[in-house]
Design a protein around this ligand. Structure first.
Ligand code: ADP
Ligand code: MG
Length: 393
């Protein structure tokens, strides 16, 4: 399904009112009866039904008429609510081309009023299954697709909170600009994912930097858990930026050692293969024989002095709770980008379609009168705790 922001141009205040009513109804219903949508939206003269038809036409809602007339949001409907809210808050004014398709996300360029280009990541949990978590996903698959929206929202919030905290501690991450629903807005990283880089001027320096980051993260009490060539961006000056944080865990996690070792091994393996770097051997000048030097080179989890707790505490203060972490861990723990399995048919599928690259300002700019501003949808940044708790099962 294509994110066609042109549709936003045709959506009226009433369309957003009804879309928001469905979202509100989904707090307590997997799929919302039309009467409830009508009573929340409370449009005059039964106007809700006409609007519902319009929203269905644009695939912003899914209609289930098997038992009663019931509706739920599609990812596209959720996208529009988030985009509209962020535009209303002045975070950006236009959506441009798609610049990335991750394992469970779509990334677009967005432009601020002054022309600055940012990156917008729309989380799409449930799009791709991972072998290691397939059974858990199978469990969820038989439940409502709303859970995917809930989990995508958690993933976005976690990503935003972690990015912000890491930035404050001097890690090379994008600047976390804002977050709403399943959408995170951040600075645009120049450069390419390391997986696309065939040649480096200083592979050893880049390697040291990356391993240094894994160690420094652990010293701050965290493990990235998906720190590999897909989630490391590198620019023309070979500066490293790390991205993609929804799966991060604390060093006190029961599988911390395994995650840490896996991460380190993954990086060693990649540099060995791609840049012909050798770690197991160093050449002894005198005898010209190879000596195993692996132990010295490889960081050891147990010998790192971990500042466990410090960043965890900050993150808890940001509103990302232990329950959030537990919820999200159940579903994205253990998956790495290389493990991507087949797509999940039950979740809406989103393909990398050609995006209209020039979406101009007024497409997203509706006048104030046109804009439905309920308290909740106007709240950019952070999905409120109470909301998220009641959103749960
Ligand atoms: P996923 O969690 O789905 O793997 P990522 O956060 O890794 O998503 O993003 C997927 C791709 O999108 C990245 O490999 C990268 O090419 C691009 N991307 C993500 N964030 C940014 C950003 N801030 N700036 C530029 N490109 C980005
Ligand atoms: Mg990624």
């Amino acid at each position: 399904m294509k994110l066609d922001v042109n549709v936003l141009r045709y959506l009226s205040k009433d369309d957003f009112r009804v879309l928001t009513a469905v979202e509100m109804g989904m707090r307590n219903h997997e799929i919302v009866p039309s009467e409830l949508v009508e009573s929340i939206a409370s449009l005059k003269h039964g106007g809700t039904y006409k609007v519902l038809k319009n929203l269905l036409k644009y695939k912003l809602l899914h209609h289930d008429s098997s038992k009663y007339d019931r509706f739920r949001l599609t990812y596209l409907g959720y996208d529009f609510l988030a985009i509209k809210t962020l535009v209303n808050c002045g975070v950006f004014v236009a959506v441009g081309r798609q610049i990335g398709v991750g394992k469970e996300s779509d990334i677009f360029e967005v432009a601020k009023e002054d022309g600055t280009v940012l990156a917008m990541k729309l989380h799409r949990l449930g799009r791709i299954s991972f072998r290691s978590v397939k059974s858990k996903r199978d469990y969820l698959r038989h439940r409502s697709s709303y859970n995917w929206l809930y989990l995508s929202r958690l993933a976005a919030f976690k990503e935003y909170a972690f990015m912000k905290a890491l930035e404050e501690h001097g890690f090379p991450v994008p600047n976390a600009v804002d977050c709403n629903r399943h959408c995170v807005v951040m600075s645009l990283v120049e450069g390419y994912p390391l997986v696309q880089v065939k040649l480096l001027q200083n592979p050893d320096v880049v390697f040291e930097t990356i391993i240094g980051l894994v160690v420094r993260l652990a010293e701050h009490g965290l493990i990235h858990c998906d720190f590999n060539e897909f989630n490391i961006m590198i620019d023309d000056d070979e500066k490293v930026t790390m991205i993609d944080f929804p799966q991060m865990v604390s060093v006190s996690h029961r599988n911390a050692q395994m995650y840490f070792d896996r991460e380190v091994e993954c990086i060693f393996k990649f540099f060995r293969k791609r840049f012909n770097m050798s770690f197991h051997e160093t050449v002894d000048d005198e005898n010209d024989v190879e000596i195993d030097n692996d132990e010295g080179a490889r960081p050891c989890f147990s010998s790192i002095s971990k500042g466990a707790g410090s960043l965890d505490k900050e993150l808890a203060a940001s509103g990302f709770t232990r329950k959030d972490q537990e919820d999200i861990e159940k579903f994205i723990e253990g998956g790495t980008e290389g493990d991507a399995d087949s797509g999940d048919e039950e979740a809406e599928s989103f393909k990398l379609d050609e995006m209209d690259t020039n979406v101009v300002e007024q497409q997203l700019h509706m006048s104030d009168e046109e804009t439905f501003n309920c308290d909740e949808s106007a709240d950019c940044q952070r999905n409120e705790d109470s909301d998220r708790e009641s959103d749960g099962e």
